[in-house]
Design a protein around this ligand. Structure first.
Ligand code: PHE
Length: 366
């Protein structure tokens, strides 16, 4: 009896003095562990007569209970202290310069823009840019859409307020086509450019976001015809999707700035719920998907841009970058592109060290 009382006292003192979880665990094994003295004492109860058991049991059980409570309490205290210590140790000093470990990743849109530039550079195209805050003349008028043109209504334009209060002069460009005008005015002909960038329309659902990305293409030279356009797009898509069985369909359409105008469709099939580009759209199990608009540059547009249509012709195209990125890398929700969620980027982003090159393949190895 006195034995148990003094042993318990000693155990509680040892528990109180434990400075680590390891020391505490050693104390637990010594008392409540399978071979601990409390457990052994409890076992002796089985061999006692009922009277002896009634006399001995309360002391052993209360020893077990007080030691178990003390172990629990001490464990909680040690764990809390360990967490405090870890939090103190892992404080991030935001004023330190970034270390070399590459944590960021390249957004799929940036990746695809790099891939586009690489492929078109090989075809002799330069990359041109224009302002995202555009004026009405470059975005509409010079592209053969005067004030009354119904096509303007289709663009759901974001306008800036202006002096007149009417807010119809300065806008967020609704397409990359104004870069056609700026390039022709700045450099004359011949021209071979692509112009990737952001465009804006007041439109938002699962497949439309108010800001999205296009790449414009423009070729101005002598004796250019639709065949050049088709070959150029076909060659681009073969390199971009890294497969030879790309089939394009040019479907008659209408844009004010091209004449004739054609919409560009590509054949695809669906594999495991995912659209896979390739094959003829009319083949069994295949269909056509629209990738963008194009056509021969309208003579009126050439005139607006200071070129003589009797001397120069050309083709232009506009493709949705987000859409071709989704197709190539298998994303299904456009809105996720612009959520800025680091988990999405960690999943779909690309190594900052990946350089798209034609020789190594422009497809990113994520
Ligand atoms: N700018 C057109 C659009 O945004 C696409 C296009 C570009 C069509 C060039 C023809 C030529 O829909």
């Amino acid at each position: 009896m006195t034995d148990i009382t003094s042993q318990t006292k000693a155990a509680l003192a040892a528990i109180a003095a434990a400075t680590s979880l390891d020391a505490l665990e050693a104390e637990r094994l010594e008392t409540l562990g399978k071979k601990g003295w409390v457990s052994l004492a409890l076992k002796t109860l089985g061999g006692m007569s009922p009277e002896e058991r009634t006399a001995a049991a309360p002391a052993i059980q209360s020893a077990r209970a007080s030691i178990a409570d003390a172990l629990d309490a001490k464990k909680g205290a040690l764990e809390a202290a360990a967490l405090e210590e870890q939090l103190a140790r892992e404080t991030v000093d935001l004023t330190l310069p970034a270390v070399a470990a590459p944590k960021g990743s390249v957004h799929p849109v940036s990746q695809v823009m790099d891939e586009l530039a690489e492929i078109f550079a090989d075809l002799g195209f330069a990359v041109a840019t224009g302002p995202e805050i555009e004026d009405d003349w470059h975005n509409f008028t010079a592209l053969n859409m005067d004030e009354t043109h119904p096509a303007r209504a289709m663009h759901d334009t974001f306008y800036f307020p202006d002096k007149t209060g009417e807010g119809r002069e300065i806008l967020l460009r609704t397409h990359t086509s104004p870069v056609q005008i700026r390039s022709m005015l700045a450099q004359g002909a011949p021209i071979r450019i692509i112009a990737p960038g952001r465009v804006y329309r007041s439109d938002s659902d699962a497949t439309h976001t108010p800001m999205f990305h296009q790449v414009e293409g423009l070729v101005i030279d002598k004796d250019i015809h639709l065949g050049h356009l088709k070959w150029t797009l076909e060659t681009f898509f073969k390199a971009f999707f890294e497969r030879e069985d790309i089939t394009l369909r040019l479907r008659p359409s209408y844009f004010p700035f091209t004449e004739p105008s054609v919409e560009v469709d590509v054949g695809y099939s669906t594999e495991g719920g995912r659209r896979v580009v390739g094959g003829h759209g009319d083949a069994p199990g295949h269909a056509w998907m629209e990738l963008g608009g194009s056509g021969m540059v309208n003579a009126r547009v050439l005139e607006f841009a200071g070129l003589d249509p009797a001397e120069w012709q050309g083709f232009a195209f506009g493709l949705g970058i987000d859409r071709i990125a989704m197709l190539k890398y298998g994303m299904n929700d456009l809105r996720a592109f612009f959520d800025g969620d680091p988990r999405w980027l960690a999943h779909y982003g690309f190594s900052p060290f990946d350089q798209p090159t034609l020789s190594a393949g422009v497809g990113a190895k994520a």
